[in-house]
Design a protein around this ligand. Structure first.
Ligand code: ATP
Length: 308
């Protein structure tokens, strides 16, 4: 086998309820993930030891939260080591990550890459790991990695890694407004803890129920889904990045049925009535100059898959 390529989608959280800080340093989550049509690809070729290159979105001179490492700190590298150890094969591969999902954007780009790497390397090495094994390895790599494998729409509990597929009636059209600079996920959680300590937002002891958003996903109308969107991390992301307040307003003023910060941000996910409305919304959002990039996407889409 000379080269195997897998791709995996970005996610948005249409519901993200964050519980109090747990003793293990994580927060209890109740989230509804939805995979959207913005994909990173990972190509794996035979090699001697591991080698990794990363190209594409935000990988140029990015620093700080957006920096994408090309060594063992990259989730793709760790995915390769973990699968090799699990399967008892040598970790030999040349890996090439082509990013369209911006880093540190709240879109789970790193998790998508890790999931795509597991799928590509499983094929390259012929390890034939079953789905349950891959999901267990994914959970060891990061809270969002199991969802990047699964795709579609799913309820995530625990740290977000315990998944239950959710029925969705249709596909929806979204516009992603991506800011110039990323936000580090741990810093956004720390800001939420601070806001809670100060009594400025509810303490999260009662996790916000996901039933309204799940009912909207079952029923179908975009306006119902727009009304049910919720993200406990939004005040923290806005606290760290006040420009997000204006970005959210720009999306709704431009005609979004609803808009929220995706995950830990700073991407704004804006929901449109249909594909044509999404194209118009994307143009209007791009014209305001508050986003570095604006992308019209659709979802749900499947999780990590081989493409060649
Ligand atoms: P999430 O929504 O899952 O909290 P995110 O989408 O905000 O995460 P990622 O793009 O997954 O953020 O990356 C966050 C950090 O992880 C990066 O700044 C980088 O240091 C590190 N990282 C490790 N591997 C990767 C990768 N393959 N692509 C991007 N970032 C990676």
């Amino acid at each position: 086998m000379t080269a195997v390529t897998a791709r995996a989608p970005a996610k948005i959280n249409v519901h993200l309820a964050v519980g109090p800080l747990r003793a293990d340093g994580f927060h209890e989550l109740r989230t509804v993930y939805l995979a959207v049509s913005l994909f990173d690809t990972v190509t794996a070729r035979p090699g001697d030891g591991l080698a990794l290159t990363v190209t594409g979105e935000g990988t140029g001179a990015a620093e700080g939260a957006d920096a994408v490492p090309t060594d063992r700190r990259n989730l793709v590298w760790r995915a390769a080591e973990l699968l090799a150890e699990h399967a008892g094969v040598p970790a030999d591969a040349q890996l090439e990550v082509a990013k369209s999902i911006p880093a540190a954007a709240g879109l789970a780009g790193g998790s998508a890459d890790a999931a795509a790497a597991l799928v590509a390397l499983d094929a390259l090495w012929g390890t034939r790991a079953d789905r349950a094994d891959l999901l267990a390895l994914a959970a060891r790599l990061g809270s969002d990695v199991p969802f990047s494998l699964l795709g579609g729409v799913a309820l995530g509990t625990g740290r977000g890694e315990q998944l239950t597929p959710v029925l969705a009636r249709r596909s929806w059209h979204w516009v992603l407004g991506i800011a110039g600079e990323g936000l580090s996920t741990p810093s956004v959680y720390a800001e939420l803890d601070r806001l809670r300590d100060d009594g400025r937002v509810p303490d999260g002891a009662d996790l916000l129920p996901a039933e309204p958003v799940m009912a909207a996903l079952r029923s179908g109308p975009a306006i119902a889904l727009a009304a049910a969107l919720a993200n406990d991390l939004q005040p923290a992301a806005v606290g760290l990045r006040p420009a997000l307040r204006r970005a959210l307003r720009v999306a709704t003023d431009a005609g979004a049925l609803g808009a929220l910060v995706s995950g830990s941000g700073p991407t704004v996910a804006a929901l449109a009535e249909d594909e044509q409305a999404a194209v118009g919304l994307a143009a209007a959002m791009a014209g305001e100059g508050v986003f570095r990039t604006v992308r019209a996407v659709a979802g749900p889409v499947p999780g990590a898959r081989l493409v060649s």
